[in-house]
Design a protein around this ligand. Structure first.
Ligand code: PMP
Length: 284
């Protein structure tokens, strides 16, 4: 396997950054994950636009021209012979003697890796997945795709221990913010698709944005608003969305079946619409 690190393609096993990299010491960095489906980089423009925004929020410069980054992403995929998988891009404020303040002369670290993956097990689509709910203990700028992911690490571990696929994080007012690595959706009994509005409380998922555009184009009624855990328990359907899952039905929340406990039609329709938007067949 091959990784790209600061201007060089290196063997994955030899790829490294310095112990005083600010990503390692302060989680002072941002990242993106882009899916490669049948060789197509899904929603690449959206992911690069969000990367640009995240960099801007951290006052980090682009480590290279965005067009060059597109090339590097393709080259890493090609060298790893990935036609279906995930590209990971991470940019940190780079190596500097440990000091909280920005270094005077920062040299950002850029890492790009890529690996093959199966997007969703057929069973996940046929049976749906389970989620648990947990308190959202994250910081107040969840709109930045920062590599500071400790709350999500703990949340995903709790989900795994509970036999669940994802943990939905819940704000103190009882509303669901989002999953640890996905956006959260429900379909009300009136057939309205609901997902939380973009704000500093959530990461504005690129898949989320595409699904909303697809819903709009298909005339599916939707609302961008917060929903409570109670409302989710009573929903007809529930879904998660992310670059790595596209859109997967949720059929259990905290052990309670959603609707009749099987994936519903709207979720299926949205997944198909998303894949048509990317221009590929379902890789399942
Ligand atoms: N929310 C969080 C907290 C995430 O980590 C992710 C995955 N990056 C998402 C939502 C989904 O975003 P996207 O559709 O851009 O992958």
């Amino acid at each position: 396997r091959t990784a790209y690190v600061n201007g060089r393609y290196v063997a994955h096993g030899d790829a490294h950054v310095h112990i005083e990299d600010r990503g390692f010491q302060f989680a002072d960095g941002v990242y993106e994950v882009v899916s490669v489906v049948d060789g197509v980089f899904a929603d690449e423009d959206g992911h690069l636009a969000r990367l640009s925004r995240s960099l801007n929020e951290l006052e980090l410069p682009w480590p290279m021209h965005p067009m060059s980054l597109r090339f590097v992403m393709r080259e890493v995929a090609r060298r790893n012979r990935v036609r279906n998988g995930l590209v990971y891009v991470q940019i940190t404020r780079g190596q500097a003697p440990r000091d909280f303040r920005f270094p005077v002369d920062p040299a950002p670290t850029l890492v790009v890796t890529c690996r093959s993956t199966k997007f969703s097990a057929p069973q996940q689509l046929e049976k749906g997945v389970s989620v648990i709910t947990i308190p959202d203990i994250r910081w107040a700028r969840r709109d930045i795709k920062s590599v500071a992911l400790l709350p999500q690490v703990l949340g995903k571990q709790r989900a795994a221990e509970a036999g669940a696929f994802e943990a939905w994080q819940v704000d103190p007012d009882g509303t669901v913010t989002e999953g640890c690595s996905s956006n959260a959706w429900i379909v009300t009994n009136e057939g309205v698709l609901v997902t939380r509005a973009a704000s500093t409380r959530i990461l504005n998922g690129i898949t989320r944005l595409s699904l909303l555009a697809e819903a709009e184009a298909a005339g599916i009624p939707f609302e961008e608003r917060a929903f409570t855990v109670e409302e989710a328990y009573a929903a007809r359907e529930a879904l998660i969305s992310s670059a790595s899952t596209f859109c997967v039905p949720v059929t259990r929340i905290d052990g309670k079946p959603v609707g009749d406990g099987v994936p519903g039609p709207l979720g299926r329709r949205l997944r198909q619409a998303y894949l048509a938007h990317v221009g590929v067949d379902d890789p399942v």
